[in-house]
Design a protein. Structure first.
Lengths: 404, 340
């Protein structure tokens, strides 16, 4: 039996860190990590030193002091005696409101424009091309200012609505479009209105149940139900019935001209409208291109095969093209939603009181806490973006190709 | 490669920052040969560029006076237009050497923001401007009005206090600049425009139909406006302070741009004038300047009264009366400490 000797063991030498491919990447990473940390330490140290040289410290106590300023659009009650933290919260809610409504409107317009750009109708397709290219290739800020200028310069002042004035209200004296905003009726929730709302919500649940039932039924028997008409009926009929049975508990408060402005009703401010429309129109152009790319990504053979089987064009789109297109559409759509949310910080251009205007504007200016304010602002946008991203990723995983 | 560039930039930025902090503001301004003056983005009479792009106005003249004191040249000023939101940050960060931009002297700005106000060049107060067609005679009738207001100002806080104390409601429309405020006000997007009375008068002077707008009688706040410097560089603060008060004292003693050269040519009977103009004593040297610094300043821009009358006085479109801004001898608040 021959002795098997171990191969001579190489002792580790320092030069291997540089010349041995096994260790080199590790060396580079460690060095890079140290350098990055040094830079970070230097940045923080530099900031603290320079702030100290200016006689400033870093602290977040200013958030709990009295804000002292007023905010026009408040989703939660706010007065000038509340704290800066609450002012920031009011701003955050305003940001989320315009971002949420903006994402919805941008998606609706974007999908329409994207599908219509593929239309066989020459004129419709060209109009959509012009729309997409015009929106996509001009800065967002310009669109915000254009919409705002139109809303303030081209609409009448509230006083024009007086007797003998040149302006009048629309829709049976219920809606007033003025240069301070659009005034719409406000619902007053009387006694028993809770039941009406509950029945309305229940009927929406019912619609989903109906659709599920119809799908199962079709899978089992092959028969289709008129789902659309039944859904519409379910949406309106129970709620309206309940409304009359309960003795019309929900009434509308109409805007009326009183003093300087309209009183009563809900004021949708011009700054909000300008920001909302401009963000939606601008982002919709990008979404239109994403939708178009998604539809084009589905091979034409799929459509032809569906037609050969005798499936109608709209069912083809609904059952065959869109489910496959969504897999391509959703990931870039997420980044458009994130863009829209972050772009909403342009609100300051038209005086919309979002978080950039309250926390990042007036609060910073009144307290002199630029660094802390900007850090908080960055943190807020980071968290919001990550949450949107997580929700959309969840949706994406439900539409993506399931490989079994 | 990218990382190297990034690190290099950081290193350069760090170096520049350390150099900047080592030098005093006076040395820095004299080294650069130009004074960087933070000014309004455009307020008629106070600070606005004319058709040729040359800045002029009441605040601008003070910048030119400081530039003359330090550099001997009233034109050696670089005007940096700042919004009400960015002005103090720009000053604290060293983007400008001095801020002369209708800024109100308050406790927290003077202490917490790390700034130093160097006297008052205009005693002001907050007022309200409305269209005469509204038929409003007093600010207490403004319940429910829509008010245009520049954000990041003391007026924003005064406004909130005024309406709260008087139990009135209002709708604030925040605007970023005076120009934007005027445009919104003229379009009728707000009923009321509020800012310092001097600012209202200056804005009204640029309106097509100035007579259709009225400034309500109520003055709801004290707004002492003055030049601001960074806290900590006391010599620079002294230069700004004494340049302003040199202009004020010059008016008190009757030194004008017309007679200053003559008065400075030989000692006069008045020792105070002699000390100011450097024919007696060494006052200029005490703040690191030449002894005839104030002579050059007054020759270049005139005394306080001349500057006032030229830019915002009663014979200009802005048309402001001296009021509180008269000399103490005339019942005003201007009171320069003795040059001794």
């Amino acid at each position: 039996m021959a002795d098997i000797t171990d191969p001579p063991r190489e002792s580790f030498r320092l030069s291997q860190l540089l010349y041995d491919a096994r260790y080199r990447s590790l060396t580079i990473q460690v060095v890079a990590a140290i350098l990055i940390m040094l830079v970070l330490v230097e940045l923080v140290d530099n900031t603290v030193t320079n702030l100290a040289a200016l006689g400033k410290d870093i602290g977040f106590g200013f958030l709990w002091t009295t804000a002292g300023y007023d905010i026009n659009q408040q989703l939660i009650p706010f007065s000038s005696q509340d704290t800066h933290a609450r002012a920031a919260l009011v701003g955050i809610l305003n940001t989320l409101l315009v971002a949420f409504l903006g994402c919805i409107l941008a998606t609706v317009i974007g999908v329409l424009a994207g599908v219509l750009r593929l239309s066989n109708n020459w004129l419709v397709a060209r109009i959509m091309t012009v729309y997409v290219e015009a929106m996509r290739n001009t800065p967002l800020l310009i669109w915000i200012l254009i919409v705002f200028a139109v809303m303030t310069e081209a609409t009448p002042q509230p006083r024009e609505f007086r007797e003998g004035g040149s302006a009048s209200m629309l829709l049976w004296e219920s809606v007033a479009i003025s240069n301070r905003g659009v005034y719409i009726p406000r619902p007053i929730w009387g006694e028993g209105s809770g039941l009406v709302v509950a029945i309305f919500l229940a009927s929406i649940v019912g619609i989903f149940a109906l659709r599920r039932y119809a799908r199962l039924r079709q899978a089992k028997t092959g028969q289709q139900l008129p789902v659309l008409w039944m859904s519409v009926g379910l949406f309106f009929v129970p709620a309206i019935l309940a409304y009359f049975v309960m003795g019309r508990p929900v009434t509308l408060e109409y805007p009326e001209l009183g003093g300087f402005n309209f009183t009563g009703g809900i004021q949708v401010r011009n700054s909000f409208i300008a920001l909302w429309l401009a963000l939606s129109l601008y982002t919709s152009a990008f979404i239109a291109e994403i939708v178009r790319a998604g539809i084009l990504a589905v091979s034409k053979g799929q459509t032809e095969a569906a037609f050969a089987l005798g499936i109608q064009p709209n069912r083809t789109m609904q059952l065959i093209i869109l489910p496959q297109a969504l897999r391509v559409i959703v990931p870039p759509l997420i980044s458009q939603y994130l863009n829209l949310t972050k772009n909403s910080s342009l609100a300051i251009a038209v005086g919309y009181m979002d978080v950039r205007s309250t926390l990042g504007g007036i609060t910073i200016n009144q307290t002199g806490r630029e660094l802390e304010g900007m850090l908080l602002l960055g943190l807020f946008y980071l968290i919001t973006s990550l949450v949107i991203s997580a929700m959309m990723n969840f949706y994406n995983s439900s539409v993506k190709l399931k490989e079994r | 490669m990218k990382k190297t560039v990034f690190l290099g930039t950081l290193a350069v930025a760090g170096l520049a920052a350390s150099i900047a902090s080592a030098q005093s503001t006076l040395e820095q301004v004299q080294g650069a040969g130009v004074l960087r003056c933070g000014s309004n983005e455009g307020l008629a009479g106070f600070a606005a560029p004319d058709a040729n792009g040359v800045w002029s106005g009441f605040d601008v003249s003070l910048c030119r006076a400081i530039a003359t004191a330090v550099l001997g040249d009233p034109q050696a000023v670089e005007f940096v237009p700042l919004t009400s939101q960015t002005r103090f940050t720009a000053l604290a960060a060293g983007e400008v050497d001095v801020l002369v931009r209708n800024s109100t002297w308050t406790f927290s700005r003077d202490t917490d923001l790390g700034l130093d106000f160097q006297g008052v060049n205009y005693y002001d107060g907050q007022g309200f401007m409305v269209s005469t067609s509204l038929g409003v005679a007093s600010a207490t009738e403004l319940d429910g009005a829509t008010v245009c207001i520049q954000t990041g100002t003391t007026t924003e806080l005064n406004l909130a206090d005024f309406f709260r104390v008087n139990n009135m409601s209002y709708e604030p429309v925040p605007v970023a600049t005076n120009a934007e405020g005027q445009q919104q006000y003229l379009a009728g997007a707000c009923d009321v425009y509020t800012t310092d009375v001097s600012g209202l008068a200056a804005s009204r002077a640029t309106f097509e139909n100035a007579s259709e707008h009225v400034i309500l009688p109520e003055i709801v706040s004290k707004e002492p406006l003055g030049p601001v410097v960074r806290h900590g560089d006391n010599l620079w603060g002294d230069i700004v302070y004494w340049t302003l008060h040199g202009l004020i004292a010059a008016e008190e003693y009757g030194i004008t741009s017309a007679n200053v050269r003559e008065l400075a040519s030989a000692p006069t009977d008045n020792p105070e004038i002699n000390r100011m103009l450097g024919t007696e004593g060494e006052l200029g040297a005490m703040i690191g300047l030449s002894n005839d610094w104030l002579v050059n300043v007054i020759a270049a821009v005139g005394n306080y009264g001349e500057i006032f009358e030229q830019n915002i006085g009663e014979n200009t479109p802005v048309g402001l009366a001296r009021g509180l801004n008269a000399q103490w001898t005339d019942g005003g608040l201007l009171y320069a400490p003795p040059f001794r």
